[in-house]
Structure formats: structure tokens, C-alpha cells
Design a protein around this ligand. Structure first.
Ligand code: PMP
Length: 279
């Protein structure tokens, strides 16, 4: 597969990154994942705007190709023969001596790669997920989309080992988000709810689009904290992300209790979102 690394399209075997890149030595880095549907990159500007926000918050210099990125992303998809798939973007500070506060003197490292994604054919999209609700052990700036993903990897692995498909995290205020998705619930009264954005969750591009689309379709989304008890009382729960799209949670485990959910409204929102993707 062809990757884009620091200004060049090269074969993955030829890609070289310094062992002193702070992405490697300090785990400093931010990323984005976008999908392409029929060659169109979904919410491209929103993803790049979030990349800029993550870079600024993390104090990482924007890569010199920043303004060319939309074109480069399309070019990379084409070079890899991908119409329906994902594009991964990662930016790390570049190399310095191994000192916490050293500033790089050269460019930041920009890596972009692509891959196929099953989208709506996926089992989870059709049949939903079984999810475990667990404490959020991540840091206090979850609005920064950092490559520092050990807590998510560990949580997801443990959930899979226990026979679940994914996790939903909670903190003192209630539900934060999924391991790589945002959480919505439909209450018994039919109210659509998701947690407001803050430093505690990632402002999901899919989340924000789903809020817009549902409102265009006569539904209102209330942005307020969701407690664990709210989840147990809810009628439906669904997760959103660029790669999941809109995925129903059909079963959930929380403090040893388990609950089954329907997905009537979720299916409606899936269809609205799919229409948006194929527009
Ligand atoms: N929260 C977290 C922690 C994530 O990793 C993701 C996936 N990027 C999301 C939410 C959903 O974001 P988006 O809809 O922009 O893919």
C-alpha cells in the first residue's frame, strides 16, 4: 500500500520515521480517521478543523502540507484504488533529543494511509453491539484526538475477552463516550439525548452531523449529561463514529445488571445518515 509521509507518496516498505520522533519516545501525537464513500470524503472540513484544534491544544506545529491535505487525501485514495474505505492521518512533533520540553527544530511528521472499511455491510451495523459499561480511566483532555490510545485498547480487549463487542465509559458526571464513538440514548418518552461537548469527550464529527440531520428531520436532540441509571432506563442506545456510522447497542452490561434495547428510532437515524453519506 502507498502511504503519504512528509511530502511524499511512497510504498509502506520505504517509509522511514526517526527513532527520536516524539511520537515514538513521548507518545505525543494526534490523529484523524475519515471515510470515503464512492470517492467522496465525508465531513472532510470538520475532520481537518478538529485536527487543527488537536494540534494547537497539543502544541504540535501544523505540517507544511496542511493547506494541500484535501487534495493529497483524495490522491492517496486513488493511488491505493480505494473508493469506499478510510483515510488515517497522524501528526507527531518530529524528532528532538530525549528531553521532555525540547522543541523540534524540523517539521512535524505527517503520515497518511488508507484501508478498506466494511461500512453498512458490517455485522454491528445490521445487528447491533453488546456493550460493557466501565469506568473511564483516560486523561482529562479527551477533546484532543490523541494517538495515546492505551486505555481504549486495554478496555476494548478486556470487553472482547468477556464476550462483548465494545465498551461505554463513565466518569463522575455520567456516561462519557464509547472507546472510539459517541453515545446517544432514546428515552422512554422518545427524547433523543447526548452529552454536551467539553474537555471530557471528543466532539465527534458523526455526532455533530447526526444532531444536524435529526433536527432537519423534525427530531430534537437534548444535550445533557447521561447518568448510568439513565442508560439502564433508556429505550434505545446507539453509538456514532466515522467508521461505525450509527450502530445500535442491543445489549448492555452495567454493574452486573444487563439490559436489552430496541432500535426503532436508531434504524430511522441510520437511514437518514446513510442518505447523507450517499448524497
Ligand atoms: N470518541 C472517541 C474517543 C473516538 O475515538 C471517536 C472516533 N474518532 C469518536 C468519539 C467519534 O468521532 P467521529 O464521529 O469524528 O469519528
Amino acid at each position: 500500500t502507498v502511504v503519504f509521509l512528509n511530502g511524499r507518496f511512497i510504498n509502506e516498505d520505504e517509509a522511514m520515521i526517526s527513532p527520536f520522533d516524539r511520537g515514538f519516545t513521548f507518545g505525543e501525537g494526534v490523529y484523524e480517521v475519515c471515510i470515503s464513500v464512492g470517492g467522496k470524503i465525508i465531513d472532510l472540513e470538520e475532520h481537518l478543523a478538529r485536527l487543527d484544534r488537536s494540534l494547537n491544544a497539543a502544541g504540535i506545529t501544523l505540517p507544511p502540507e496542511r493547506s494541500l491535505m484535501p487534495g493529497l487525501m483524495h490522491d492517496l485514495l486513488e493511488r491505493n484504488g480505494i473508493k469506499n474505505g478510510f483515510i488515517y492521518i497522524q501528526v507527531t512533533p518530529g524528532k528532538t533529543v530525549r528531553n521532555f520540553i525540547a522543541s523540534p527544530t524540523e517539521r512535524s511528521t505527517l503520515l497518511m494511509s488508507t484501508g478498506p472499511t466494511p461500512l453498512e455491510e458490517s455485522n454491528a451495523y445490521k445487528h447491533g453491539m453488546r456493550v460493557q459499561v466501565i469506568p473511564d480511566i483516560r486523561w482529562g483532555r479527551r477533546d484532543i484526538k490523541t494517538t495515546m490510545l492505551m486505555p481504549q485498547v486495554m478496555a476494548k480487549r478486556a470487553a472482547l475477552d468477556a464476550g462483548f463487542d465494545d465498551v461505554i465509559f463513565y466518569d463522575d458526571l455520567g456516561i462519557t463516550e464509547g472507546s472510539s464513538s459517541n453515545v446517544f440514548m432514546v428515552t422512554n418518552e422518545g427524547e433523543l439525548v447526548t452529552r454536551p461537548v467539553s474537555h471530557q469527550i471528543l466532539s465527534g464529527c458523526t455526532r455533530n452531523t447526526v444532531i444536524e440531520l435529526t433536527e432537519q428531520n423534525g427530531m430534537t436532540v437534548t444535550e445533557r449529561p447521561i447518568t448510568r441509571d439513565d442508560l439502564l432506563q433508556a429505550k434505545e442506545i446507539f453509538l456514532t463514529s466515522s467508521t461505525y456510522l450509527v450502530v445500535p447497542v442491543v445489549e448492555l452490561e452495567l454493574d452486573g445488571k444487563s439490559k436489552i434495547y430496541s432500535c426503532e428510532k436508531t434504524k430511522k437515524i441510520q437511514n437518514i445518515y446513510m442518505e447523507y453519506l450517499n448524497k
